[in-house]
Design a protein around this ligand. Structure first.
Ligand SMILES: Cc1cc2nc3c(=O)[nH]c(=O)nc-3n(C[C@H](O)[C@H](O)[C@H](O)COP(=O)(O)OP(=O)(O)OC[C@H]3O[C@@H](n4cnc5c(N)ncnc54)[C@H](O)[C@@H]3O)c2cc1C
Length: 386
């Protein structure tokens, strides 16, 4: 199996890169400085068919599979990780479970307009008392005639304050273990009883919209239940497996930009009468960064190709996310070091890369949870000694 990008994938990558350079680069400073949510960029992405590349054409995508999603994630994030967060939440976190588990009416009503960029989506799983332990969510959905009525709170919801539709997980059978107690619903933003309690200020990812939501007697028709009653937990697991390679690729985008800046700066900055790249203390950092980028790329492609073959990719996705997110932070940190004092200032994007790169060791499942998943899959593979 070749891990390298194929000819068509390379040409897709070139198109996405050129697109991001043209449409996102001019916005990147504004997104950061003004905490500007890039809704216009999302619309342009959708109009140009770059949202939902992995999904089938009949679902409104391009039918290019999950490798294409990692390409888009890397290219967008290489310019603005906050814009990538907004894109990922709408076009992957919200859209993947609908594309995989929604029926044709739900896709027509709630998916097509998000993939075309007219509408924005968000995925609401995390709660004040349920983070890493997602199965312990408390938001309750009770049956009331043909409807469900939802009550609860959701915290840290990316796009939550701007989304037209929310993909929400809630408990429908509290008597059962999580595996068969949860269900998934699409909730339109204008539903009565759905309110934004607060927007979070963040260390990095400035411009991303991350909020705390409250649901008070939010009434949802039965038609908005996705994937069947009490099927929510398997939808969560499937969604997380699909998002991990793209999350990893987004962080690799930041790492790539940090690396390129470090190579450039170390070639031009002179101390002791010569470019600082002539000192091994600097150039070996560049070597280590190059290794981390190459390893990240291979792990991400390995996981995305498994998804594209329809194979289980739980361990592969966790390995890719764990390695690439930690590597991205190390690369951003070393790039800042190579830049010296100027890297610590707002004059260059280096300090932004450093702050942005910190996030995905937490979001989408922490590094500790990735290690937990990996060891569990390893021991499953070897079995118990008899
Ligand atoms: C900016 C931002 C955006 C987000 N966007 C979304 C979103 O769009 N939708 C959504 O649903 N959620 C979202 N999240 C939530 C995110 O997925 C959670 O923050 C994350 O899963 C961790 O949960 P927690 O914050 O509750 O931490 P906790 O689960 O409380 O963890 C705290 C610490 O304990 C460790 N820990 C917990 N359990 C274990 C264990 N079993 N073994 C070892 N260590 C453990 C963790 O690794 C961590 O270090 C977002 C979060 C942030 C910060």
């Amino acid at each position: 199996m070749s891990l390298a990008l194929t000819g068509p994938e390379l040409s897709f990558q070139r198109r996405v890169r050129a697109f991001a350079e043209k449409h996102l680069k001019p916005l990147a400073a504004k997104i950061e400085a003004e905490e500007y949510f890039p809704s216009d960029f999302l619309r342009t992405l959708g109009r140009n068919k770059f949202l939902g590349a992995p999904f089938s054409r009949s679902d409104g995508g391009l039918g290019l599979g999950w490798v294409s999603e990692t390409i888009v994630a890397e290219e967008v994030s290489a310019i603005s990780a906050a814009a990538e967060m907004a894109r990922l939440a709408s076009a992957a976190l919200y859209s993947a479970p609908l594309a995989c588990f929604g029926n044709s009416v739900q896709k027509r009503r709630f998916l097509h307009s998000v993939l075309s960029g007219e509408k924005v989506g968000a995925l609401a799983l995390t709660e004040p008392e349920a983070g890493s332990d997602a199965g312990s969510i408390k938001t309750r959905a009770r049956r009331d005639a043909r409807d469900f009525v939802l009550n609860g709170e959701k915290r840290f919801i990316t796009n939550g304050g701007v989304a037209d539709y929310l993909f929400v997980f809630a408990v429908t059978d509290p008597g059962k273990p999580a595996r068969s107690a949860l269900s998934a619903f699409v909730i339109p933003r204008n539903s009565k009883g759905l309110e934004v309690v607060r927007a979070y200020g963040l260390l990095g990812m400035r411009g991303a919209n991350v909020v705390h939501l409250r649901l008070r007697n939010v009434r949802v028709p039965r038609e908005n239940l996705v994937g069947g009653l009490n099927r929510g937990f398997s939808i969560i697991l499937d969604e997380l497996d699909r998002e991990r390679p793209a999350v990893a690729a987004g962080m690799m985008g930041i790492a790539r930009s940090s690396f390129e800046e470090a190579v450039r700066y170390s070639s031009t900055r002179k101390q002791f009468g010569r470019p600082i790249r002539d000192f091994e203390g600097v150039s070996f950092k560049i070597a280590d960064m190059a290794v981390k980028l190459a390893a990240s790329q291979l792990l991400i492609l390995h996981a995305a190709r498994a998804l594209d073959r329809g194979e289980p990719a739980r361990k592969e996705g966790a390995v890719a996310k764990l390695y690439s997110t930690e590597a991205a932070f190390e690369v951003a940190n070393e790039s800042l070091q190579v830049h010296g004092g100027i890297g610590y200032t707002k004059g260059l994007p280096i300090e932004r890369y450093f702050r942005d790169a910190r996030f995905m060791m937490i979001g989408g499942g922490t590094s500790e949870i990735m290690r937990y998943i990996i060891q569990r899959e390893v021991y499953k593979e070897v079995g118990r000694p008899s």
